[in-house]
Write a protein of this length. Structure first.
Length: 254
């Protein structure tokens, strides 16, 4: 009996220690999560703290909102487009996915502002989804040789440079830079241009300003009208990049 009692006591001691260890691990995990959330919130400082929560000047920390759902839907549609288009199957379906994805870029922002559900997650994810949408559009068109390769290199390189700049800026502030209007115009022009290039209509005569085959439409080659929207988007992208670099340098030098 003494030996059995000793074994029972030893077993109970082990169970007690295991429970205490589990409770300690759970408490540490909760504390770490709370500290991480608080640190993120400390870096995400609203422009106007007294503004209504969920407004553009004071985004909320919510995750599950209709606007955020629309933003993630854009990602799904973008990936579906790329697969269908590069595989050269169901071009009309691929085009439909891309156009709907492009329209959601306008829709999610409108829904968030009108329902006062602007979130930090949305402000971070929206420009990322824009970059993914543009990259897949330009990659798809370049793969099927419907736009010059330099356009794809330009768009992807610009996004890569901006991403590197954002990482450098993280050393000074966690909050991402607000999107400038020229950047929005650039995105709209590129999206519209890519959509029209997918449709392939209307076709307009080339301007015959240059002779190089690298600039369809600016040479004598007839192209869909969207090619000129892409050129305009590239110009606006350069201007927007200069604006972001200027803002970033101001923050880094402050």
């Amino acid at each position: 009996m003494t030996e059995q009692a000793t074994k029972r006591s030893y077993t109970e001691t082990l169970k007690d220690r295991a429970h205490r260890s589990a409770d300690s691990i759970k408490k540490t995990a909760r504390d770490s999560r709370a500290r991480a959330i608080q640190e993120v919130k400390n870096h995400m400082i609203p422009d106007e703290p007294k503004a209504p929560i969920g407004s553009s000047s004071n985004p909320s920390h919510r995750v599950y909102t209709v606007a955020n759902g629309i933003t993630f839907l854009r990602l799904i549609l973008t990936l579906v487009f790329l697969v269908l288009f590069v595989m050269r199957v169901e071009r009309l379906m691929a085009l439909s996915c891309y156009i709907v994805a492009a329209l959601t870029d306008f829709l999610d922002g409108q829904v968030a502002r009108r329902t006062q559900t602007v979130t930090w997650l949305g402000k971070i994810m929206d420009p990322i989804m824009d970059r993914i949408l543009l990259a897949t559009g330009v990659i798809g068109l370049a793969v099927v040789e419907e736009i010059p390769l330099w356009v794809a290199v330009f768009v992807i390189s610009r996004d890569a440079i901006m991403a590197i700049g954002a990482l450098i800026l993280q050393t000074k502030q966690k909050r991402p830079l607000d999107v400038c209007y020229v950047g929005k115009i650039a995105t709209a022009c590129l999206m519209a241009g890519f959509c029209d290039m997918l449709v392939g209509y209307p076709v307009v005569a080339g301007l015959a300003r240059v002779s190089s085959p690298l600039y369809p439409g600016l040479n004598a080659e007839a192209v869909p009208l969207g090619m000129f929207a892409i050129y305009l988007g590239c110009v606006c992208s350069v201007i927007a990049a200069c604006v972001y670099i200027y803002r970033g340098l101001k923050i880094l030098c402050a």
